[in-house]
Ligand binder design. Structure first.
Ligand SMILES: O=C(O)[C@H](O)COP(=O)(O)O
Length: 249
């Protein structure tokens, strides 16, 4: 017996297209991103993969990606649970900054450390920064001290794993097909956990936008196939390369 988990990174956002660090800034999808979400739904339909339950972050780009994909599947009614624990990694003071300008100003090594290292966060965002999120009402239930001012991937794993074990795993063990609509780095954290990727190897892991990644998990929730399977491998490879090279001319 295997359990079906579908990971879906949101489609391209307005800031992805502008190469801006986004994190917890709540930007929506652009037209390309909405089309990617639609195609994601079509890929699921073509495989006969009909989710029974949806989990999303609290960010609009993931929520809308799931809505569009589920509309294609004619399942907009799906039970859904949303949590900050699936949010994109908080990018701290880099939120709103241009990736190419950041690379030019700080150099390749520092850029990669902030963007892809496991345990080094970017500088914290100031509370009065226009792209800070401390007063956002969607986090009202989070004690102020628990609202991050920056995160590294390790921080994301620490706050995402309780959600994985408490909310997603029970749905999987109930034999539900689970759709998780989230973000590049919150999904990197889940993939790292699922595939037991080392802290050093995860630096090279990138997640494409809008292409469903199917994991079939055994009774121990170990992937039957390491890395899962993208429903459009060629498009995924091209998108992964583009994500990897963001910020570079
Ligand atoms: O938050 C962001 O900027 C993007 O969604 C993810 O960016 P990254 O691929 O540079 O981590």
């Amino acid at each position: 017996m295997t359990f079906k988990l579908i990971l879906l990174r949101h489609g391209e956002s307005a800031w992805n297209a502008k190469n801006l660090f986004t994190g917890w800034v709540d930007v929506d999808l652009n037209d390309k991103g909405r089309e990617e979400a639609r195609r994601g739904g079509e890929l699921l339909a073509a495989e006969g993969l009909l989710p029974d339950v949806l989990h999303t972050s609290l960010l609009t780009r993931a929520i809308h990606t799931a809505q569009i994909a589920l509309d294609v599947l004619e399942r907009p009614w799906l039970p859904v649970r949303r949590s900050w624990r699936l949010n994109e990694r908080h990018y701290g003071a880099l939120q709103g900054k241009d990736k190419a300008a950041t690379l030019a100003e700080f150099g390749e090594e520092q850029f990669m450390i902030w963007r892809r290292s496991y345990d080094t966060p970017p500088p914290a965002i100031s509370p009065d920064d226009e792209f800070a999120n401390f007063s956002d009402p969607r986090y009202a239930s989070l004690p102020p001290g628990a609202r991050p001012a920056t995160e590294c991937l390790k921080d994301v794993l620490v706050r995402a794993l309780p959600y994985w074990y408490d909310q997603i795993v029970p749905d999987l063990l109930a034999d539900k097909v689970v759709l998780v609509a989230a973000h590049g780095n919150s999904l990197r954290a889940l993939v790292k956990h699922l595939d037991k990727i080392s802290d050093s190897d995860v630096v090279g892991l990138n997640i494409p936008t809008g292409i469903p990644l199917l994991y079939e998990l055994d009774e121990d929730l170990t992937p039957v196939t390491a890395g899962g399977r993208y429903l459009d491998p060629e498009a995924a490879a091209a998108s992964i390369e583009a994500v990897k090279n963001q910020g570079r001319k």
